[in-house]
Design a protein around this ligand. Structure first.
Ligand code: NAD
Ligand code: UGA
Length: 434
């Protein structure tokens, strides 16, 4: 069975490599030649733990290929996945489906009869049916099946998430589509991963409802953290104990600087826009978007007022990526926080283990440093924004000795009381005091 993966970004590359590892022949297609050139040279285009090894093995064994030639890859593919981006449309927050439509048009022109076309990208309800009709109109009389197969992997643990998901969701309309999905996911199926087989519309709704709920959970605990700060509470203890209730669950209850990334922000906006469009307002999610935006500004103000108290003009920022183990900076809270701090007249020195290259163009005026210690040198305030492992065991005495001031703002609650002993640091966590 031959698979084609259209769009070789985070989802396309990880899914393509993992399907190749399941034993299928996969051709990953991207219209960006620099991505394909790099991949052909055996170099991963994203930072993702475990990806390099898996990629190398499957290229070596001849199961994984890369090309810019969509038509050729689709012509003999049994299953064609669409994994192109669905960014926010400017103005109204709706998902911009132009890349899906363009890919579908190219697929329609080149696919063989009986092909299964699968949308893996996150698309709003109704999109799969619309794309099905678009392809059918372009190739009248040619049989094909439409499948919706949203992806739930997280960046930073993408390979692990793809290989060990809580469930796989597939929206199907016919036996051919269903059988193809049962076949491509058979290795997971054998490991007893539930395969949820549903309609196209339900699969689309499940994906958005899942991301919206998780974003709401993070936003909830962030507001609880604010209340903990005002009342002497400890948000970590509150989160741990409420999470023990299986109806609530322990995950996604870490307070922080607000959610970011390439998905929660755009998907909550698209979900809210869809609700408005259908006259079924998602008012909780509308509120989540607003609260999250305000939180990023509040975190920036926290850093600025600490700098004012310390009479310093220099702040160190540790972590630019929206989460650890990725070089992705899309809608990272740092992209709001750093400019707000600079706007207050402060100099920002920053470090990130993987995301600095990506961040340089997005954050002008920042002094980029080779380590956390270099960033802290001469700074009156150090703010930890991303919980990279490299920042979990910093030598805080050394850090303090390099600073020109002593405030450590830990927006990820990485450090504990004992870590601070003898450092002289004025430690400020989120939703707790030590
Ligand atoms: P991305 O921007 O990293 O990659 C998309 C790729 O598609 C780009 O490299 C682009 O050049 C390519 N492309 C666009 N149009 C094309 C065409 N016609 N032919 C060939 N290539 C084309 O995007 P991503 O982060 O991988 O996200 C893809 C989709 O998956 C989105 O809908 C997103 O919401 C969803 N998703 C993403 C994640 C994640 O962690 N990033 C997780 C789950 C779902
Ligand atoms: C998220 C979902 O977790 C995936 O299931 C989904 O497939 C993906 O979006 C998508 O649709 O693209 P991702 O954005 O990679 O994955 O990362 P998350 O781990 O969900 O983190 C998102 C944001 O929430 C980050 O900024 C993170 O720091 C923040 N977060 C998460 C918290 O602040 N606290 C938490 O407890 C969890």
């Amino acid at each position: 069975m031959k698979l084609a993966m259209i769009g070789t970004g985070y989802v396309g590359l990880v899914s393509g490599v993992c399907f190749a590892d399941f034993g299928f022949h996969v051709t990953c297609v991207d219209k960006n030649p620099s991505i394909i050139d790099r991949l052909k040279a055996g170099k991963a285009t994203i930072y993702e733990p475990g990806l390099d090894e898996l990629m190398a093995r499957n290229i070596r064994d001849g199961r994984l290929e890369f090309t810019t030639d969509l038509a050729a890859s689709v012509a003999d593919a049994d299953v064609i996945f669409i994994a192109v981006g669905t960014p926010s449309r400017r103005g109204d927050g709706e998902a911009d489906l132009q890349y899906i439509e363009a890919a579908a048009d190219e697929i329609a022109a080149a696919m063989k009869p009986g092909a299964v076309v699968v949308i893996k990208s996150t698309v709003v309800v109704g999109t799969n049916a619309r794309i099905r009709d678009r392809i059918a109109a372009a190739r009248p009389g040619v049989p094909f099946s439409m499948v919706s197969n949203p992806e739930f992997l997280r960046e930073g643990s993408a390979i692990e998430d793809f290989l060990r998901p809580d469930r796989v969701v597939v929206g199907v309309e016919d036996e051919r589509g269903k059988a193809a999905m049962q076949r491509v996911y058979r290795p997971l199926y054998l490991r007893e991963t539930p395969l949820v087989i549903t309609t196209l519309e339900n699969a689309e709704l499940i994906k958005y409802a899942a991301n919206a709920f998780l974003a709401m959970k993070v936003t909830f605990i962030n507001e609880v953290a604010d209340l903990c700060e005002k009342t002497g509470g400890n948000v970590q203890e509150v989160a741990r104990a409420i999470g023990m209730d299986k109806r609530i669950g322990s995950k996604f209850l870490h307070a922080g600087p607000g959610f970011g990334g390439s998905c929660f922000p755009k998907d909550t906006r698209a979900f809210a826009a869809t609700g408005k469009r259908y006259g079924a307002r998602q008012t909780l999610i509308e509120q989540v978007i607003e609260v999250n935006e305000a939180r990023k500004q509040a975190m920036a103000e926290r850093i600025v007022s600490a700098a004012r108290e310390s009479s310093t003009d220099t702040v160190a920022i540790l972590g630019i990526a929206f989460k650890p183990n990725t070089d992705d900076i899309r809608e990272s809270p740092a992209l709001d926080i750093v400019p707000a701090v600079q706007k207050a007249g402060l100099t920002v020195r920053a470090h990130d283990p993987e995301a600095m290259e990506a961040a340089k163009a997005a954050l002008p005026g920042v002094v980029w440093c080779n380590s956390a210690y270099e960033a802290a040198t001469g700074a009156g305030v150090v703010a930890l924004l991303t919980e990279w492992n490299a920042y979990r065991a910093l030598d805080l005495k050394r850090l303090a000795s390099l600073m020109n001031g002593n405030v450590l703002i830990d927006l990820r609650n990485v450090y504990k009381g004992e870590d601070l002993e003898g450092t002289g640091l004025d430690y400020r966590g989120v939703g707790r005091s030590l």
